[in-house]
Design a protein around this ligand. Structure first.
Ligand code: NAP
Length: 517
């Protein structure tokens, strides 16, 4: 490994045309903000945004992206020149990731492709239990569009560099040390074609046949949705993943590796992304993310016991470190591209398990203590002083406890109803919340794997010390106690639970229509 400081973010991205998807989302915003703030020499940032029936892509962006508090620092630096900066550096492309050519006409698609130096694909459905049809379209098949776009490179025989944001959890149900390599499906049921490539085409076809059969058999939209969710989970477990999200993200990695012929491709896998630790402000987070769903439910008194492994490493990583990793990896991809057209590709895992591991037990300890100290200062989060300790038990004990608690609640509810009261409603809500959270996140709280990030550490050393600091990627740069208690929890209260109106998405609108019907 070379330590020659041979790479530079500034010179690699200078004048470059970068296409980014997923910018209305959590990570996408952090990447765009950091580029605009720290890499002013970038040529243009083209962002793909869906329009909706209520708002054009431009309106969604102005409201849902640039009004976000993550841009406050940039706004205060640029004052009334902020809008000028956006107009000068950002080009909004209205498009739907899953439509052929993003729904653009072929001329515009080709024109866009011919301009680009780099594509960063951050868009995804991060719903662990997404229906298989949707998840396959968004996390896997839309990568065919990314491949087509990359192939419009203006240099003969070259493809535009692609940075694919994936997830550490593509490692599925494999156990032990998870290296920055292609993940081998642990079921052994997907045949290997060659080194690092697997037979995904027949598998995708099989899924599509099953999806069509369900669509034909269950015309009712709600029933169909439930069946497609179940299908996703069944197939994921069968082939070696916990959920539909991680299976379809793994398929996405494969599709890109095979479709781009390994040229100029980097896969960046974050673990569980949480609030910023350093910049632009500490604690910025959007909405209630994975681990926060549990924190939120506990704060509201809706969960106090959870299945898990107290000694397991809970792998959480701040979003600014992930955005920085995306930028360093992009700079590496762009160095000498497209001439280099490398035949191998890089995989980087942006995670905390190697450099700064924290066990579930310690994570909860910090959080528990912070809850008791800060509940009065965080009223949007806490309903009051936490009444119970958050307890982690084995899956077996959890099942037993839930059985007893359900019986007790059923008896209490029946007696209360006889007496004309509804006082047991709180317990019923607790059972529902705990059961549903355990079903979705149980796998993540009982980790039998640890993610490695040696390659990413190596990448960092290729940049100057100044850029290593400006684009920090290492999880040992902060202390967990300080992060969880003084940064993340207050950040979740201040930013995650802020009352900002979120722009509607095409999916939300069609869901609303379905509900109305
Ligand atoms: N969050 C995590 O903890 C985590 C952990 C590991 C890896 N990752 C990866 O990081 C990336 C970003 O995740 P995130 O947390 O930022 O997700 P997010 O907040 O849910 O954002 C998802 C983005 O994808 C866009 N998108 C979804 N479907 C689309 C479509 N059909 N056409 C166009 N855009 C579409 C969304 O746009 P709309 O606003 O139009 O819906 C949104 O901008 C993903 O690739 C994810 O797999 C996330």
């Amino acid at each position: 490994m070379s330590y020659s400081h041979s790479l530079s973010v500034d010179s690699s991205l200078k004048g470059k045309q970068v296409f980014i998807t997923g910018v209305t989302g959590f990570l996408g915003k952090a990447i765009v903000e950091k580029i605009l703030r720290e890499v002013p020499s970038v040529g243009k940032v083209h962002i793909l945004v869906r329009g909706s029936a209520r708002q054009s892509a431009y309106e969604r962006c102005m409201e849902g992206v640039f009004q976000s508090s993550i841009f406050d620092v940039l706004k205060s630096t640029h004052g009334n020149q902020f809008q000028q900066l956006i107009d000068q550096k950002v080009h909004i492309v209205e498009g739907e990731l899953t439509e052929p050519l993003f729904g653009l006409n072929p001329t515009n698609f080709a024109l866009l492709g011919s301009k680009l130096d780099l594509i960063i694909n951050s868009a995804a459905s991060v719903n662990f239990r997404e229906n298989l049809d949707q998840a396959l379209k968004i996390n896997t098949l839309c990568l065919n569009n990314i491949i087509s776009l990359a192939n419009y490179n203006s240099h003969e025989e070259a493809v535009t560099s692609v940075l694919q944001v994936s997830t550490c959890y593509v490692n599925g149900m494999n156990q032990g040390e998870m290296l920055e390599k292609v993940a081998r499906p642990c079921s052994g049921l997907i045949p290997e074609i060659d080194h690092d490539t697997y037979e995904i085409k027949p598998l995708i076809q099989l899924f599509q046949t099953k999806i069509e059969a369900i669509k034909n058999r269950f015309p009712d939209a709600n029933k169909q949705e439930q069946k497609l969710i179940q299908l996703g989970i069944q197939q994921s477990r069968h082939y070696g993943w916990n959920d539909t999200y991680t299976l379809t993200k793994w398929l996405g990695e494969q599709l890109l590796i095979q479709g781009l012929g390994k040229k100029n491709l980097t896969i960046l896998r974050p673990s569980i992304i949480e609030s910023t630790v350093f910049s632009p402000v500490q604690g910025w987070v959007e909405g209630v993310k994975v681990a926060d769903a549990m924190i939120y439910a506990y704060a509201k008194g809706r969960v106090s016991i959870f299945p898990g492994d107290t000694k397991g490493i809970l792998d959480v990583i701040p979003v600014d470190l992930v955005a920085n990793a995306a930028i360093l990896a992009s700079a590496q991809l762009l160095q000498h591209a497209p001439e280099n057209n490398q035949q191998a590709y890089n995989i980087y895992q942006c995670c905390s398990g190697r450099l700064n591991p924290i066990s579930l037990e310690h994570f909860i300890e910090h959080f528990q203590q912070a809850s008791l100290e800060q509940f009065e200062d965080l009223p949007k989060l806490f309903a009051g002083k936490p009444q119970e300790m958050f307890t982690i038990v084995s899956q077996k004990k959890f099942a037993l406890y839930m059985k007893m608690f359900t019986t007790f609640t059923w008896l209490k509810t029946s007696l209360a109803r006889l007496a004309g009261s509804k006082s047991a409603g709180k317990h019923l809500l607790k059972i529902q919340t705990t059961t549903s959270l355990a079903m979705i996140f149980g796998f993540y709280s009982a980790p039998r794997y640890r993610f490695d990030s040696l390659q990413l550490e190596g990448l960092k050393t290729l940049f100057s010390l100044e850029e290593q600091k400006a684009f920090e990627v290492s999880a040992n740069s902060y202390d967990w106690k300080n992060y969880l208690r003084d940064i993340h929890l207050p950040g979740l209260h201040k930013y995650g639970l802020a009352d900002k109106r979120k722009p509607s998405t095409p999916e939300k609108e069609s869901h609303e229509k379905r509900q109305a019907a």
